[in-house]
Ligand binder design. Structure first.
Ligand SMILES: Cc1cc2nc3c(=O)[nH]c(=O)nc-3n(C[C@H](O)[C@H](O)[C@H](O)COP(=O)(O)OP(=O)(O)OC[C@H]3O[C@@H](n4cnc5c(N)ncnc54)[C@H](O)[C@@H]3O)c2cc1C
Ligand code: FES
Ligand code: FES
Length: 1296
């Protein structure tokens, strides 16, 4: 594939690997071709991981390195994403840049909708997308209008108040480079007209007007000349022979047919978006591939009187353009089919995939015969698709896990024609996808409804018939059978309403559709998040929105991540061999087949470990390699070391392991409770007298809330390079770790080598979120073992699927509670037992549980409060740290308690929250920590005011009264979040500050840069104290050789602590320089430094910071970060779809050191919270196998999930005496704000249920997926499908 070629053969590492399956956009590049028919060069964004090199014959490929660099000239796209703070960890940035660049090449003045569509396939796990849009919207010459208030969004400048003391002009357009299309790279003339050439594959860099760009030429056999392309000269067949695959590009259609007859089993590949992922991810090998992308006959488009014929080789993007042209020319009446198709195409996959993939559109179940199979004989090919436009009533429906860039759960196409001037059905077709192995036509229903009038009777009969005819077996792949059945009926109901409305408008038939039904027909529109407005600025770098220190390097692809480091001579690759059983004895391991494979060097397992085969964490051991027994699917048993990553991967699948299953085996929290399977220590925290509280209460409520886990889905997967130095056992590791010191220690223990011989280097991480603390240390120890055994450098890069399987994520939680409350909602007593699923080993779960308990009071003064915390031991991969570290779970469960109490009291939830809130100037938490809730209450009040909460509650009430099938809900929560490590000794860090004789400054510190901007803030602080420009200060990397024994960069504490250490180091140096400054006030900085050197004054200093507290005194945290968040959502009761309408956040970050970075953390954290509470759902099979591996099955928020109105306000005049320059830690707290969407959705469902006379208290768990929303909105359609309780079938997936 192109990606591997670019990264490993050509060394262009700006294009990133994120998933290998077209699902993340990190590998986006631009492919350009000359189109002889349109006589123009066309540019397409494509995913390089799925783009076969051989398909690029005659094409030019432009990568992020090609469009600009910091050394020559930046491209405006690169500059603007960087300056708008749209690059945090930077791993997604080159892909974003290339998507936008391609759009601008095709359309230099795009609309916001163009930008939205273009970026829909580029995932970012850090920024929350808003700053990326901010940067790119500057290319539009239109000002977007905010639909809710009619104002231009640029005028909604209420987020940062002018009185604020922080700088809020986060992004200025002053001095940015203008977009000048005339400066763009020209399409290589060689590819327009060229001559026959030699049999070589050449790649080269061409310098054109100061730009370097990369063009791939395939001079194989020959390059077809212009005349050949135009059909004047006969084209010839192209053949490429690889190690395992032969690729043939037929000369023309005749040749293709001939080849197909000869090699009928060879797939005909066009976009490679079906075959490619199977080859990349499943290891499928096709010895022969026929390429259909260059056959002109498959790309023709012919307009006919009654429709259009589109060649089967046309991409989905081309098809969409054709359909849009048809819509414009035919008008709305005649183009219904096209409108329905465009609506579906817009949500199907991403722009990049649509640019590559061909259409499968075919409304005939005779064509699609089974899962992935068609009626075509192996030697047949599909030539073209006829798409008629004459059908009057056509609609398409689709519901997916995420609105865009997601496979549908159920989709449907329906069409009806009527007898002349009547509402009598002449013909009806109803098709469903997602309810069987292939397309299903409701043949019987359609037949029965023909000849009937389109009225309510038809609806009733049709619904019953469909219910009988469309059977979704409980064993259906993907599960969700009840939901699917509900969608089948709901889609038909929607179609019924659509057609009725049109008949009404045409005055045919007598049906009246209730007005409150109409909103059900409007699909949710994806909108673009708006800009964060401005406040004032200052000259001091502290408090200013300085751009992330490495943003420009990240935007140009120059930033180096661990896997971008060129291979070392003799380097090997290691691939893990993992358990396929959840609990079993290892009987034997046979690696002989793997060892016989080409390129394989060795197999390593426990017996190859020279030191100790265990990872020790606070006295809890975990095996590196399972020795005798496996305790989860995905546990590492051994590893194959080979010359290349492909060889290692292939061979690791051939290691034969014999198991003997062991009982018990269980995976869920409930099962663990049954087995009383818990890790020690079991935790308890209590204040007041529970029994007294319950006695005084008017009511007692008992309930529970389940919160699913979450995958980190950092864009850069885990990995490292281990390089033995060959002297005294020295070993260098280039590793993506949030805790380099721990990795160093563990590698030492594994190899039996002292830490002083092991050096860990961490340049940057492509996202961490807590996931790169623990497991990366084990992977490092394994790679180090391989390096030790072979004496050669070893690289380990986990593929996305393996990363998700092996490293696990945030633990699921179950909170069971008993609450005593008064009639006015005052809570007198709450007894909550928290259960977390810890998986098979303890990892950090005990501390995660501790954090959940320490946050169980949130902002509420519940006088009698008790929490028990039990970490369940199950046979799943062990869960680990994740941004928030138990905080969101602890907080959400108490918020659920308040929500339920409000529902029971019949009071607004915000009122019950308000009444229970800490309000006194001096308060004690339930763990007896003294604090002032003053700023929390300010955040709460400001959030109520800025979100216009009261007024919007009324509007929502009105909306709900007038809309039966769509409902809105709103929710607001306060936040008190502890900052710092509750393990006291972790609250320390050091920094080394070196001043060189030329005046430049180098800082090394113990934190790791993973997008949060720790280096940028450190440089700002140093710049303030040393009084040198930021440009004179550099941070190269985190290195255990420079700063030893550092704590992990976690707990929202890294920047605080590092900032203080840097400050300390700089102040020490300034104290040494003070006498010279006094003596030579006229000296420049450089003169001063030279003089100091001559005076033998040390120009190197170590700064140190530590915070002392005693947990037994109740001081679990250094201080608290406060905030409040309000969100409004709208749900579609018929499908379960929801739309985030608006979110307002007021955050107390103290006096922000860098408001742009802090706002970025708030937004990014909140968007991760959107995923946690609404769409990210991990599914395990009943055998404990993680099913949701990779972006095609596991959906993190994409651009379409961001509320169009996302207002982040930083609290004014907020001080924090504890932290550096009165700032506050901000990395973790905002994740919890995602729960406002969960509770707002719950409110909206309650409104629907209220209208249907159902109880407003109903079981509902997080995440609030479309399935759960739909099924909670009970109605006649869901009731038609009661689950058959008698038949006990194995579920598709279990809730762990
Ligand atoms: C990230 C991602 C997201 C996706 N999302 C969606 C989605 O939301 N919904 C959805 O429906 N699909 C989705 N897809 C699937 C994608 O749309 C289909 O894979 C696409 O239609 C296949 O086109 P292709 O040209 O890439 O097929 P290829 O991979 O090139 O080939 C696919 C198969 O079709 C056969 N074939 C191709 N052309 C012909 C022909 N003319 N005659 C006979 N046989 C032919 C080939 O032999 C091969 O077996 C997604 C894919 C990816 C990678
Ligand atoms: S790596 Fe290609 S799309 Fe993810
Ligand atoms: S900046 Fe987008 S993934 Fe990190």
């Amino acid at each position: 594939m192109l990606l591997a070629y670019l990264r490993r053969k050509v060394g262009l590492t700006g294009t990133k690997y994120g998933c290998g399956g077209g699902g993340c956009g990190a590998c986006t590049v631009m492919v350009s071709r000359y189109d002889p028919i349109q006589e123009t060069v066309l540019h397409w964004s494509v995913t390089a991981c799925l783009q076969p090199i051989c398909s690029l014959h005659g094409a030019a490929v432009v990568t992020v390195e090609g469009i600009g660099s910091t050394k020559t000239k930046l491209h405006p796209v690169q500059e603007r994403i960087a300056k708008a703070h749209g690059s945090q960890c930077g791993f997604c940035t080159p892909g974003m840049v290339m998507s936008m660049y391609t759009l601008l090449r095709n359309n230099p003045q795009p609309t916001m909708e163009d930008i939205r569509e273009t970026l829909g396939g580029n995932l970012c796990r850090c920024t929350g997308y808003r700053p990326i849009i901010d940067g790119f919207k500057t290319f539009c010459n239109v000002r977007t209008v905010n639909s809710s208030n009619g104002k231009c969004c640029m005028e909604n400048s209420n987020s940062h108040n002018n009185e604020s003391d922080i700088s809020g002009e986060l992004f200025s357009m002053d001095n940015v480079l203008p977009l000048d299309p005339t400066q763009d790279l020209i399409f290589p003339p060689e590819l327009l007209v060229s001559k026959p050439c030699v049999l070589v594959v050449a790649n080269r860099k061409v310098n054109i007007s100061g730009h370097y760009f990369f063009i791939l030429f395939f001079y194989l056999h020959f390059i077809p000349s212009f005349q050949q392309i135009m059909g004047k000269k006969k084209a010839e067949r192209l053949c490429f022979q690889g190690e395992k695959v032969r690729w043939i590009s037929p000369a023309d259609l005749k040749d293709l047919i001939k080849l197909k007859a000869e090699y009928s089993n060879a797939p005909l590949l066009v976009g490679n978006t079906t075959i490619g992922p199977k080859m990349n991810l499943k290891g499928t090998v096709h010895p022969l591939v026929l390429y259909g992308g260059s056959i002109p006959e498959l790309r023709t488009i012919k307009w006919r009187n009654n429709g259009v014929t589109v060649g089967a080789g046309c991409s989905l993007s081309v098809l969409k353009d054709v359909l849009l042209q048809g819509i414009e020319e035919l008008g709305p009446e005649k183009s219904r089919v096209y409108q329905a198709l465009v609506q579906t195409l817009q949500c199907l996959a991403s722009k990049q995939i649509r640019n590559m993939a061909v259409s499968k559109i075919c409304l005939s179940e005779e064509f699609f015969t089974d899962f992935g199979k068609t009626a075509l004989r192996p030697d047949e090919i599909l030539l073209a698709i006829d798409i008629p436009h004459s059908r009057p009533f056509v609609s398409a429906f689709r519901q997916a896990q995420r609105r865009e860039f997601s496979f549908s759960i159920v989709n449907s196409g329906m069409r009806v024609t009527f007898r002349h001037d009547s509402n009598v059905v002449e013909n009806l077709d109803i098709f469903y996808g997602g309810v069987g192995p292939t397309l299903v036509k409701a043949r019987h229903t359609c037949k029965e409804l023909m000849g009937r009038k389109w009225d309510e009777k038809l609806l009733v009969v049709g619904t019953q018939l469909l219910e009988e005819e469309i059977y979704v077996p409980p064993t259906a792949p993907g599960g969700q059978e009840e939901y699917r059945k509900a969608l089948v009926l709901s889609f038909f109901f929607k179609f019924y309403m659509q057609v009725t409305l049109e008949l009404q408008q045409k005055e045919v038939g007598m049906n009246d559709l209730p007005l409150e039904y109409l909103s059900a027909l409007k699909p949710f529109k994806n909108e673009v998040p708006q800009l964060v407005p401005e406040t004032q600025s200052s000259n001091d770098p502290v408090g200013r929105p300085n751009v992330h220190q490495a943003a420009l390097q990240q935007a140009t692809g120059e930033a180096v991540y661990y896997d971008d480091i060129p291979s070392v001579k003799g380097e090997l690759f290691v691939s893990m061999v993992t358990s396929t059983r959840a609990h079993a004895k290892i009987i034997s391991i046979d690696a002989s087949m793997a060892l016989a494979m080409s390129g394989v060097v060795t197999f390593i397992s426990a017996k190859d470990v020279p030191g100790q085969n265990r990872r020790l964490w606070f006295n809890n051991p975990e095996e590196l390699f399972a020795e005798e027994e496996v305790i989860c699917v995905g546990q590492i048993i051994g590893a194959i070391v080979a010359e290349t990553r492909e060889q290692a991967k292939r061979a690791s699948e051939q290691v034969d392991i014999t198991y003997e299953d062991i009982q018990p085996v269980f995976f869920t929290i409930e099962e663990a409770i049954e087995h009383q399977s818990f890790f020690d220590p079991k935790r308890k925290l209590e204040r007041g007298n529970l029994e007294e509280g319950f006695e005084k209460a008017d009511h007692i409520l008992e309930g529970e809330l389940y919160m699913g886990g979450q995958e980190h889905f950092y864009m850069e997967t885990q990995g490292l390079i281990a390089i033995p130095k060959g002297e005294a056992g020295e070993l260098e590791l280039y590793v993506a770790s949030q805790h380099a010191a721990y990795t160093q220690v563990l590698v030492g223990i594994t190899l039996g080598i002292d830490s002083n011989k092991i050096t860990c280097h961490v340049k940057r991480l492509g996202g961490g979120f807590g996931g790169k603390v623990m497991k990366i240390a084990s992977l490092s120890a394994i790679a180090a073992t391989a390096a030790y055994k072979t004496g050669r450098a070893v690289r380990c890069v986990l593929e996305r699927e393996d990363d998700m399987l092996i490293t696990s994520g945030r633990s699921p939680f179950l909170g069971k509670y008993k609450v005593g409350y008064l009639n006015d909602g005052t809570i007198l007593a709450a007894d909550i037992t928290y259960y977390s699923n810890g998986g098979c080993t303890l990892d950090e779960s005990s501390f995660i549980m501790e954090k959940a308990l320490l946050h169980m009071d949130n902002g509420y003064k519940i006088p009698n409060l008790r929490g028990h915390g039990l970490v369940c031991k199950t046979y799943l991969p062990s869960y680990t740290a994740f941004r928030g570290f138990g905080g969101p779970q602890g907080l959400t469960i108490i918020e659920s308690v308040l929500h339920e109490v409000a529902a029971r009291c019949g009071l607004p939830a915000h009122q019950v929250r308000d009444i229970n809130m800490y309000k006194d100037e001096k308060c004690y938490t339930h763990h007896k920590q003294l604090f002032s809730p003053h700023d929390m209450v300010r955040c709460w009040n400001e959030c109520l005011e800025k979100s216009d909460y009261t007024h919007r509650c009324l509007s929502i009430k009105q909306f709900n009264a007038h809309n039966h099938w769509k409902k809105r809900g709103i929710s607001i929560v306060p936040l008190k979040f502890g900052i710092g490590f509750s393990k006291g000794f972790y609250n320390q860090v050091a920094a080394l500050v070196n001043i060189y004789k030329d005046g430049s400054v180098l800082i090394s510190h113990g934190g790791t840069e993973m997008g949060q901007g720790i280096n940028t803030k450190a440089i700002q602080i140093a710049s303030r104290i040393l009084k040198v420009p930021m440009s004179s200060i550099h941070i190269k990397e985190t290195c255990t050789g420079n700063v030893p024994n550092a704590a992990p960069s976690a707990a929202s504490f890294g920047t605080d602590a590092v900032g203080m250490a840097v400050k300390d180091g700089c102040e020490k140096l300034m104290r040494r320089l003070e006498p010279l400054i006094k003596k030579h006030p006229q000296f420049t900085w450089q003169q001063l430094v030279v003089e100091a050197y001559c005076q033998k004054i040390s120009l190197s200093a170590t700064g140190f910071f530590m915070y002392a507290f005693n947990l037994s005194d109740g001081n679990a945290y250094y201080y608290f970060t406060f905030g409040a968040c309000c969100s409004e959502v709208e749900i579609d009761c018929l499908t379960g779809d929801h739309k985030n309408i608006r979110t307002d956040i007021v955050m107390d970050v103290g006096r922000s050191i860098n408001p742009a970075l802090d706002v970025g953390q708030v937004e990014g954290g909140f968007v991760q919270g959107i995923g946690l509470y609404t769409i990210e759902e991990l599914q395990f099979s009943p055998e404990g196998v993680l099913l949701t591996r990779g972006p095609s099955r596991y959906k993190i928020p994409a651009l379409c999930d961001i509320p169009p109105q996302l207002n982040v306000h930083l609290l004014r005049n907020a001080d924090n005496p504890h932290a550096i320059y009165s700032s506050k830690g901000i990395g973790e707290p905002p994740v919890f704000f995602g729960c406002t969407l969960f509770f707002a959705i719950k409110e909206a469902i309650a409104a629907a249920r209220r209208e249907r006379g159902l109880s407003e208290s109903f079981p509902f768990s997080s995440p609030a997926t479309a399935e759960k929303i739909r099924m909670a909105c009970e109605d006649c359609f869901t009731r038609m499908n009661p689950p058959d309780r008698k038949v006990k079938t194995k579920p598709w997936a279990i809730n762990v």
